[in-house]
Design a protein around this ligand. Structure first.
Ligand code: SF4
Length: 366
């Protein structure tokens, strides 16, 4: 397969973690050197198979990329940094407990210019309840070390909606996270997915009323602190939106490599196998879906409508040869009455209220 000219983004999945969190449903496995070594070999082969050059964005995610040994981590960065275009965005995810000064120096040396750190909570008891081994103080130290090494674009992840969590705890979390002064903050509610330990323990997601109260409070605090919510779960200072993730939300194509990774190349969405043995044997892609006009329209809505800006009505017309407002006029009028949608500057988007019930609203346009 060759590098298609309009595809300038690469996602790389490192599935290893030093511990497995009870709520996590990502593709991941315990870190052991006997697994990581052959994994990187297979990964590098898969990367080579795409003949990539000049990527505008590269994102190493997981799993926990920083669970690799320093030597493995360096070999990965060395391999990948050559693929980045000048001025490109190069993100690497990290966990607090293994983001050592050595790892930070390696990232800086090989051109990583955006860090994404999973903090999740600023309360140490809560952190141990959700299977995290760091403390908030350690998280503060790590951010300081990253600044010292020269990182100017840092994201941190925060979660809310834990069992028994109070509004005061959430406010405290947001204030603590804001005190870190990072350029970007991702905030997710706890989802209890089948197959996770939380699911097996019958832990319930937060009820809708509390969830709404927490969500509104978070939004208000973030906005007062000067962050814009540009995507349903993502906030940034102006100019620090994640360029890589915007590729997904603009429904553009990207390469995805690694165990369980997804990609979108030459009009085909694909999913890599989550079977470690198969992946090592080079049998990478397990599912392929040719994106026809119907699917293209569905993905277009599913991705763009997560964004504050929504989508351009003229772009919709150009792509699908239909006038969106005309086609869905009755529904749109009803949603507008409920303050779920807004139309401005030729764009159609959901309001804060609309984003809360986004899934239901989008489905009604299918
Ligand atoms: S949440 Fe992150 S660190 Fe925890 S198991 Fe999942 S991928 Fe690993």
């Amino acid at each position: 397969m060759t590098n298609s000219t309009n595809n300038k983004s690469l996602y790389i999945h490192i599935p290893f973690c030093e511990h497995l969190c009870p709520y996590c449903d990502f593709t991941k496995l315990f870190y052991f050197e006997k697994f990581s070594k052959p994994y990187l070999e297979a990964l590098f082969k898969e990367i080579d198979s795409y003949h990539l050059i000049k990527m505008d964005t590269i994102y190493i995610g997981g799993g926990t990329p920083t669970s690799l040994s320093d030597i493995e981590f360096e070999s990965l960065l060395k391999k990948v940094s050559n693929l980045l275009n000048r001025g490109g965005e190069f993100t690497c995810e990290a966990n607090v407990e293994n983001l050592t000064s050595q790892k930070l120096s390696l990232m800086a040396r090989y051109g990583v210019n955006r860090l994404s750190i999973g903090i999740q909570s600023t309360h140490d008891e809560r952190l141990s309840q959700i299977g995290r081994f760091h403390t908030f103080e350690k998280a503060r130290d790590v951010i300081k070390n990253a600044r010292d090494v020269g990182f100017k674009n840092i994201n941190v992840d925060l979660m809310y909606g834990f069992p028994g969590q109070t509004l005061d705890e959430v406010k405290d979390d947001v204030n603590n996270i804001l005190s870190l002064k990072t350029e970007h903050i991702s905030i997710y509610s706890l989802i209890v997915s089948p197959g996770t330990l939380f699911f097996n323990k019958n832990i319930k997601e937060q009820n809708q009323d509390d969830s709404r109260l927490f969500y509104d409070t978070i939004l208000q605090m973030m906005r007062e602190a000067g962050y814009e919510r540009y995507e349903i779960s993502n906030f940034s200072k102006p100019g620090y939106e994640s360029r890589h993730n915007l590729v997904y939300w603009h429904n553009q194509e990207y390469y995805g490599v690694g165990l369980g990774a997804s990609g979108y190349v030459n009009g085909v969405r694909y999913k890599n196998t989550s079977n470690f043995e198969k992946y090592l044997a080079g049998d990478c892609v397990s599912e392929r879906e040719k994106v026809d006009q119907k699917l293209l329209r569905e993905y277009f809505l599913l991705t763009h409508l997560r964004l504050k800006e929504g989508f351009s009505l003229s772009e919709y017309k150009e792509l699908f040869n239909k006038d969106f407002l005309q086609k869905y006029q009755t529904k749109i009028d009803e949603y507008a009455k409920n303050n779920f949608v807004k139309i401005s500057d030729g764009n159609f988007a959901f309001t804060d209220d609309g984003l809360m019930v986004m899934d239901r609203l989008i489905l009604s346009f299918f």
